[in-house]
Design a protein around this ligand. Structure first.
Ligand SMILES: [Fe+2]
Length: 199
């Protein structure tokens, strides 16, 4: 049986055209370019909040409750960041896209690799997830340099994301400060290194 579609793809009911204006002090071309640079950050943060919730649900082991409860405030914070960036896009005159299909079509990364796993394994994998998001947020700060207001928003969010990553990393550090998952190149490799420390 064919799956029902919620709306025919042949009869769009909205336009994706940019508004003929932007914020005062920027010309529309610049304002819209700044907004366009935010779309992938909206996708990345929407993906991040779903991935963090997935880890919140699937983490197991003796440190379960600490990690499970640590993640929810991070999820709330990331959801707030998505809202701020999407509304900034609208303010600048470009309609934000928050739909899951658009996210999957546009993203340049794969889904998170872990399901049910030990706390250390999830934390090591999430450390790599945060590294990717933070690196791209820093690159976006450079990309929106024509608009210091948007730049300021991204700088503040990057600081918060870096603090969230520190919360994750503090679980993975020995007294030397080195991460037990150092050198891992992917989520599965990081998870294995973190799990091996316990033996
Ligand atoms: Fe929950």
């Amino acid at each position: 049986m064919a799956k029902k579609t919620r709306r025919s793809s042949t009869s769009p009911v909205t336009s994706d055209a940019d508004a003929p204006l932007t914020v005062p002090g920027l010309d529309p071309t610049t304002g819209h370019a700044v907004a366009d640079a935010l779309q992938m950050r909206v996708h990345a943060l929407n993906d991040l909040q779903l991935t963090l919730k997935h880890a919140h649900w699937n983490v197991v082991g003796p440190h379960f409750i600490g990690v499970h409860e640590m993640l929810d405030p991070q999820i709330d914070g990331v959801r707030d960041m998505v809202d701020v960036l999407a509304e900034r896009m609208s303010t600048l005159g470009v309609p934000p896209n928050g739909l899951p299909g658009a996210l999957v079509a546009a993203r340049t990364w794969d889904d998170y690799d872990l399901d049910r796993a030990d706390t250390a394994a999830h934390l090591a994998a999430l450390d790599l997830v945060y590294t990717g998001v933070i690196e791209d947020h820093r690159a976006a700060i450079e990309a929106v340099g024509d608009d210091p207001v948007t730049e300021d928003i991204l700088i503040g969010q990057t600081g918060d994301l870096e603090q969230y990553q520190w919360f994750v990393r503090a679980h993975l550090q020995g007294t030397s400060g080195a991460l037990v998952s150092a050198g891992a190149e992917d989520e599965v490799g990081a998870a294995r290194k973190a799990a091996a420390r316990k033996r």
